[in-house]
Design a protein around this ligand. Structure first.
Ligand code: ACO
Length: 324
């Protein structure tokens, strides 16, 4: 039976840096508070005329520069984003048009910070079903475009960025070992951006079109639910945490990641994250961390098992174990 394998990876971040010291000038906060509570030192912010599709193209160009692969025969483009350039057309269609890929499906997936893992799992299903051969899976968000910079508990967390993997059909070893999708809609009003509707679960929503979060509830969800999800994923394949070479959780903030790593028994020395210099980049954080790990030589050819785990708005959560 066919399996799906990651054959190339790329990433992109905008050039504009927003440091904690810059935030100190904009609001009542401090570098010390932000670093202590979140582990974040700086984040990247997209230019005025730079949107998610542009960052996706930046990440794909990076992939094409570093790997001897073609994307002209890609037969599906999946883009995880909750900040698309437009509600329609999709970011995936903008990518198809940019590269002139002749015969491909194109679809955006919205599962907030879990979006990239969800999109990878969908790609895995399309390839293992035998229907698709080669899929671009991209995660990109320009959270800065929907950020309320007067809300100091939220705006300090987020940055912009994009990451991409190419997934291809293989008969070899070195492929997806298992995957998991989860959701809990009760968490919806703890992290949202208002849309056409202005109320949810009986709660009146702030209607300024900006991101709103209840940080404490999000924190509680992340440190409570995610370790249980990881145990379920490991149980599916009967592997222990010791066998995982690299754990790549969503880079929400360092305190959350440290708490999850401790609970599941994977040390921070085997945990990859991207929040220190890029902040929480939502759907991009996992491929960004992985791409940085590959580029820096931390992730090596001999490393066998990667555990990627996303969690975020919805609430949504999900994971995958990849044989590298
Ligand atoms: N600078 C200085 N002080 C601040 C700031 C700030 N940026 N933000 C809040 N404070 C103050 C508060 O006003 C409060 O002051 P008070 O005690 O006088 O009222 C104090 O700091 C403590 O505020 P809390 O909200 O209790 O701070 P907490 O310790 O909960 O930290 C944080 C806030 C960092 C947002 C935390 O709740 C958290 O990490 N939540 C998870 C959020 C998250 O990661 N979201 C990511 C998006 S979702 C996802 O990716 C899964």
């Amino acid at each position: 039976r066919s399996k799906a394998k990651i054959t190339a990876i790329g990433s992109y971040v905008p050039s504009k840096v927003l440091r904690n010291a810059d935030l100190e000038m904009m609001m009542d906060t401090s570098d010390e508070w932000i670093v202590q509570r979140t582990g974040i030192r700086e984040r990247r912010i997209a230019a005025k005329d730079e949107f998610s599709s542009h960052m996706c193209i930046g990440a794909i160009d990076d992939l094409l520069t570093n790997y001897d692969v073609s994307i002209m025969d890609v037969d599906m483009i999946l883009v995880a984003t909750y900040t698309p350039d437009f509600p329609t057309p999709s970011v995936a269609c903008l990518i198809q048009q940019h590269y002139g890929i002749p015969a491909t499906g194109a679809l955006d997936v919205n599962a907030a910070c879990t979006g990239f893992v969800y999109a990878m799992n969908l790609a895995n299903g399309l390839i293992t079903s035998g229907l698709h051969q080669k899929i671009l899976v991209v995660g990109a968000d320009t959270a800065s475009k929907i950020m309320d910079y007067s809300d100091r508990t939220s705006c300090i967390l987020f940055g912009d960025g994009a990451g991409v993997v190419l997934m291809e059909r293989t008969e070899d070893t070195g492929a997806f070992a298992t995957q998991y999708f989860g959701s809990d809609g009760h968490g919806g009003s703890y992290l949202y951006r208002s849309g056409l509707r202005k109320e949810l679960s009986g709660n009146k929503l702030a209607s300024n079109g900006m991101l709103v979060q209840n940080g404490r509830e999000v924190y509680r969800f992340a440190v409570g639910t995610v370790p249980q999800v990881i145990r379920s994923i490991l149980d599916q394949v009967r592997w222990s945490a010791d066998e995982i070479d690299w754990f790549v959780p969503h880079s929400a903030n360092l305190r959350i990641v440290e708490s999850i790593s401790k609970k599941i028994g994977i040390p921070m020395s085997r945990t990859l994250h991207s929040m220190e210099y890029y902040g929480n980049t939502t759907a991009a954080s996992i491929p960004l961390a992985l791409s940085m790990g590959v580029k820096s030589g931390q992730v090596k050819a001999g490393d066998r098992l990667l555990l990627l785990v996303g969690f975020g708005g919805g609430f949504t959560f999900g994971g995958v174990i990849v044989e590298w």
